[in-house]
Write a protein that binds this ligand. Structure first.
Ligand SMILES: [Zn+2]
Ligand SMILES: [Zn+2]
Length: 342
């Protein structure tokens, strides 16, 4: 089969590799679509290094082609359309057994499948596939993973009906957070310096889309919340100023989720006494559990959220370099790689 293989930073090439054989309990899936996420971009630039050669891609969807005769209990059939959850949760560790499988300690152990969405086929455990309806395109289904991470993120800060949420950064993750938060019944303020991204946020239903280069975010949110500030905030932009704005713009008892990851690991701009007195809660968000993934697939399948405006471009996997170039530019949300003949 063909696969896009990262052999060293900035060097990704289409190679012929052996099609994976399924083991007991596994399903072979022909990949139809896979998003180029920030993780892939950082793997590509070399800012994150795992190992080489590597097949990137963790936001994938496809069609079942083969099912192991042993160890698969559900009634999966060849031809079924699925979203792929490409994390190997062990189901045995403390975190898995306490419903926090996003923190599974064995998920990156040797022998575990890591990524693989930029290949033509992938063999996965049957618990990693989630069927999707015909009404959902493969490109849309490829959003299951990032949407699942937003579901996890908003559960993490316990977002409630009719609360005020501030989302900083209206790139792809900010836009997905917005849609999930609206589905959860929140009123959402969005902040982003990019006018097009603000426009898209308003179109999706943001209450206000603010420009951090011109607007005083904290003041405007206070004016709209009887002086309190937002009930919760999600930071999806890695700028240090965004971190400060997020912490300053929530109310007493406000919950802040540092969703973004940082290459330079800044120190929090808040002192311990302020946390003590204000009871602000600061947390982060890592990945998603299988429950979050299922929720995301249902949100997409039921049409509760609409990711079509976030599909900026579909690029054949053979044009992988072009795909990366476009994915890394600010004028795209998600670039989706598609397999030829799709
Ligand atoms: Zn992702
Ligand atoms: Zn585990």
């Amino acid at each position: 089969m063909k696969a896009a293989i990262l052999t060293e930073p900035k060097k990704i090439e289409i190679q012929d590799v052996k099609r994976p054989a399924i083991k007991s309990g596994e399903v072979l899936v022909k990949i139809k679509a896979c998003g180029i996420c920030t993780l892939e971009q950082r793997l590509y630039t070399g800012d994150i290094k795992l190992f080489y050669p590597l097949i990137p891609g963790h936001e994938a969807s496809g069609e079942i082609v083969e099912i192991s005769e042993e160890g698969v209990l559900s009634d999966f059939k060849p031809g079924m359309r699925v979203a792929l959850d490409l994390v190997n949760r062990c189901g045995e560790c403390y975190y898995c057994r306490t419903g926090k499988s996003n923190q599974c300690i064995n998920r990156f152990k040797k022998g575990q499948q890591v990524l693989g969405g930029f290949g033509e086929y992938i063999a996965v455990k049957s618990k990693q596939i989630f069927t999707i309806p015909d009404t959902l395109t493969y490109e849309e289904a490829a959003f299951s993973e990032p949407v699942a991470c937003c579901v996890h993120s908003l559960k993490k800060i316990d977002l409630k009906l009719a609360e005020d949420l501030l989302i900083i950064g209206a790139g792809p993750m900010g836009q997905m957070h917005l849609q999930v938060a609206l589905a959860m019944g929140a009123r959402v303020f969005v902040s982003d310096p990019d006018a097009d991204r603000r426009k898209q946020a308003v179109k999706s239903g943001a209450f206000m889309a603010l420009n951090p280069e011109k607007d005083n975010i904290k003041e405007i949110i206070e004016e709209n919340t009887e002086g309190r500030g937002a009930d919760a905030c999600v930071i999806t932009s890695p700028s240090h100023k965004a971190l400060q704005t997020g912490i300053d713009s929530v109310s007493k008892t406000g919950r802040i989720n540092i969703y973004t990851s940082y290459l330079d690991a800044p120190v929090l701009p808040i002192d311990a006494n302020t946390i003590h007195r204000s009871e602000k809660l600061i947390t982060g968000s890592e990945g998603r559990t299988e429950y979050d993934f299922l929720t995301a697939v249902r949100l997409l399948s039921f049409g509760i959220i609409n990711v079509k405006p976030l599909i900026s471009m579909k690029v054949p996997i053979t044009d992988i370099d072009y795909g990366f170039e476009k994915a890394m530019s600010r004028d795209t949300y998600r670039v989706i790689l598609i397999n030829n003949g799709n």
